[in-house]
Structures are given as structure tokens and as C-alpha cells.
Design a protein around this ligand. Structure first.
Ligand code: AMP
Ligand code: MG
Length: 408
């Protein structure tokens, strides 16, 4: 892991360093399909069926044999095929079969001609257009072949996957148990919402952000509340979290110097690295192992806590939970105004992305101080400014990362 001359660890090195050490720690269980929403698949799902299971009509119209249409004379309707009620009668030459969408096409059908391209006179049907072979027939297996992998292990089940699995007749699925994550906030100044503030106090906001992001990820959260800057209480909280959870996430008290006993305790209880990351916001960050649980120590500043969770902790938790993780989409946009930037750290500035007359443009949400929480709530994207980039002039192209996933 390369610390550069400034002593700051690049984000990509931090991420790689963490992910190399982590492996999925969640066992699997078999759940009925509706209960598996939000869970992560423990194994690939191979289709037990071809989809569609039989050749069927994509239109309301007439099933025809091309040879019967060659003479151009009208065809006689032999009978009807409905979805769920296949046509089972005879189909002599010179005849067609009236067919509805989703009905199995009768054996020998070359094409289905849509109703709008025909004229009916009693059961004499005139065809106004010559169909292509296979036209309006959905072939068996054209969507999914029998045995094909439809969803790989690691897929988190969303409403998009539920009807797909149901269409295959999948009644139960092997999914991972949720990752159990203990959280607490540290700081003598922190008070829970719903209580009055004394002079010098602030409300604990980080825990609400972290809890919300854990909920989005489908983790089980053990919320240990606010722990004061007191070694005995911190020690008890670390030990409890380690006994009861797979992961502990704390916020505050990881900037070096100011809360030395946190560092002392963690050094004593486990193997924790205190990193200075080359990102802004979010410099102080701690990562390592307690005797049983993994530990992530986020900075106390609210924006830093959210950004480090989003950029670093999210991929790590996904790996522990057995979930495939894809980096968010990055786009190019034009800076609609100048952006302040100092050299040496990768900035995740909070921006407002919009569609301008000449394409995507982005503005800053204003103060980028990591204590200014409104900068995050008004934003809809990060403006990702490279480490060695300086001030950005209006009109320059910048990389943006629209919020999705956790920060939607
Ligand atoms: P620390 O990392 O503990 O030095 O905290 C840095 C800054 O973030 C200080 O201004 C803290 O008061 C503030 N802070 C720490 N934890 C929280 C929290 N849970 N909610 C809101 N602000 C916090
Ligand atoms: Mg503190």
C-alpha cells in the first residue's frame, strides 16, 4: 500500500488494501421467493425452463403457412387459439387459425399476421401483406434457454429480479444472511435527537446517515448509540460490538492526537491501521480487525463520514455480504462556474448536475466545508476532481458521479 511523499494514502490503494483482506462471511439459507427481496443470491440461478416455454404469438391475428398464401386467395379460418387454450383441431391446406397474443402457435405455423393487416368476411380472411417467415412468433427459449445462468451469485434481489425468478417457476432461493453491523458515534458533545442541547452540544447526525445507508444495503444494524469519550465505556462498546456483529462502524475520534485513547484501545483490542487518505472530504479513516469483527472508523465530520462510507465502506461491506458491487457510473459534464480546488487530494465535491442547452452541466452546492451538511442534501452528484488538478475554470470538463444507490 503506497503512502506517497505527502503521507496521504490514495483512495484506490486504500480500497484495494481493504478488499484484498475481506471475504464473504455470511452463510446461506433457503427462503421463499417473496421473503428474499433485498437479499443476496448465494449461488447462480440456472433457468429450469426455456422462456418462453413454447412458440407463441406476439400479436392478435392469424397463424398462417406461407405456402397457403402464395396464391393470394383468402384463407378459411379453421378455428381459434387463445392464451392458455391451444388450438387442437385439424388445419387443412388453405386454412388459417385465429390466434391471440400469448397463445401457442399451432404446429406448422410459419408466421402470425397481425389482425390490422387482414380483412375478415365471415370466416374468409384476406391477407393484405405478405409476412416474413417467423414474423410475430416468439420462439421457445428465445428469451432464456433452459439451463442458462439468469442471475449470478452475488446479485442483490430487487423488484426487477422478482418477476424474472417467478417466470421461471423458482419458488425458493438460496440467499445469504444479512451482514450484521454494529454502529456507534463517539463524542462527549453528541446528544440524541429528541433531547435538549446544552451549550457546546450538537445532535448526533452521523448515526442516522450510517443507519440509513446500512438499511439501503440490506444490512442488519445493531445501534449502540452514542459513546462518550471515555475509555471504559468505549472499551465495553468495542467488546460488545465485536461479540455480536460481523462489522463495527464508528464515527468520530479517529483523527490522530485528539482522542488518543480510541487509538490505544483499538491497538490493544485488535489490529487497526489509522490512515490519512488523500481524499477530500474524509482524511482520517481507520480500518482493521477486532478479535472477531472488522472495524471501520469514519471521520466525525458529517460530510466526511457519509463520503467515506459511500466510497470505501460500501464496497467493503458488499464483499463481506457476498454481494457483487459495481462502481457507480461516472459522466463528463461542463463546469457551469469556477470550482475551488487545492492540489494533493482527490475531491468529492458536492454538485448539482442538470441538463443545459449544450449537454450536462454542473454547479457547486456552495461551501465545501466537510461540516456543512446542507452541501450534501442539496447535491445530486459528486464532482470528482483529480488529485493533481487545481482550480477549475467555468467551461472546463469535469467528471461527475450521479448519486444513485446509497445517496439517492
Ligand atoms: P472528531 O472526528 O471526533 O474529531 O469529530 C470531528 C467533528 O465532527 C467535530 O466537530 C465533531 O463534533 C463532529 N462530529 C463527530 N461525530 C459527530 C456525529 N456523530 N454527528 C455530528 N457531528 C459529529
Ligand atoms: Mg470526537
Amino acid at each position: 500500500m503506497g503512502f506517497d511523499t505527502s503521507g496521504l494514502l490514495p483512495l484506490s490503494d486504500a480500497l484495494q488494501g481493504m478488499l484484498e483482506q475481506l471475504a464473504c462471511c455470511c452463510d446461506s439459507e433457503q427462503l421463499p421467493l417473496p421473503e428474499a427481496l433485498g437479499r443476496v443470491l448465494a449461488s447462480d440461478i440456472a433457468s429450469p425452463l426455456a422462456v418462453p416455454p413454447f412458440d407463441n404469438s406476439a400479436m392478435d391475428g392469424y397463424a398462417v403457412r406461407l405456402a397457403d398464401l402464395a396464391s393470394g386467395t383468402p384463407l378459411i379460418m379453421a378455428g381459434k387459439a387463445f392464451a392458455g387454450q391451444p388450438y387442437q383441431g385439424e388445419w387443412p391446406a388453405g386454412h388459417c387459425v385465429r390466434i391471440m397474443t400469448g397463445a401457442p402457435v399451432p404446429a406448422g405455423t410459419d408466421a402470425v399476421v397481425m389482425q390490422e393487416e387482414t380483412q375478415a368476411d365471415g370466416d374468409r380472411i384476406t391477407f393484405l401483406a405478405q409476412p416474413e417467415p417467423g414474423q410475430n412468433i416468439r420462439r421457445a427459449g428465445s428469451d432464456i434457454g433452459k439451463g442458462a445462468c439468469v442471475l449470478p451469485a452475488g446479485t442483490r434481489l430487487t423488484p426487477r429480479e422478482m418477476p424474472l425468478l417467478a417466470s421461471l417457476g423458482v419458488a425458493t432461493v438460496a440467499v445469504r444472511r444479512p451482514l450484521k453491523v454494529a454502529i456507534f458515534s463517539t463524542g462527549d458533545e453528541l446528544k440524541p435527537v429528541g433531547t435538549p442541547l446544552a451549550h457546546g452540544d450538537i445532535y448526533d447526525s452521523n448515526r442516522y446517515g450510517v443507519r440509513a445507508m446500512l438499511a439501503r444495503m440490506g444490512c442488519d444494524c445493531l445501534d449502540l448509540g452514542i459513546i462518550p469519550d471515555d475509555p471504559a465505556q468505549l472499551r465495553a462498546a468495542f467488546i460488545r460490538a465485536d461479540e455480536e456483529a460481523d462489522v463495527l462502524i464508528t464515527t468520530g475520534g479517529v483523527s490522530v492526537g485528539e482522542a488518543d485513547f480510541t487509538k490505544q484501545l483499538l491497538d490493544e483490542l485488535g489490529e487497526i491501521g489509522f490512515w490519512k487518505l488523500a481524499i477530500k472530504p474524509g482524511k482520517p479513516f481507520a480500518f482493521g480487525r477486532l478479535p472477531r469483527a472488522w472495524f471501520f472508523g469514519l471521520p466525525g465530520n458529517p460530510v466526511s463520514a457519509m463520503v467515506t462510507f459511500d466510497q470505501l465502506v460500501q464496497p467493503a461491506l458488499a464483499k463481506l455480504a457476498g454481494q457483487r458491487f459495481e462502481r457507480p457510473l461516472q459522466l463528463q459534464a461542463t463546469a457551469a462556474e469556477p470550482l475551488k480546488k487545492s492540489l494533493g487530494r482527490l475531491d468529492f465535491q458536492r454538485g448539482i448536475l442538470s441538463q443545459g442547452p449544450n449537454g450536462l452541466e454542473v454547479r457547486s452546492t456552495g461551501s465545501q466545508d466537510s461540516a456543512v451538511f446542507s452541501s450534501l442534501s442539496r447535491a445530486n452528484c459528486y464532482i470528482v476532481l483529480e488529485r493533481e488538478r487545481g482550480r477549475v475554470a467555468a467551461g472546463e470538463t469535469v467528471t461527475v458521479e450521479p448519486f444513485g444507490g446509497l445517496l439517492l
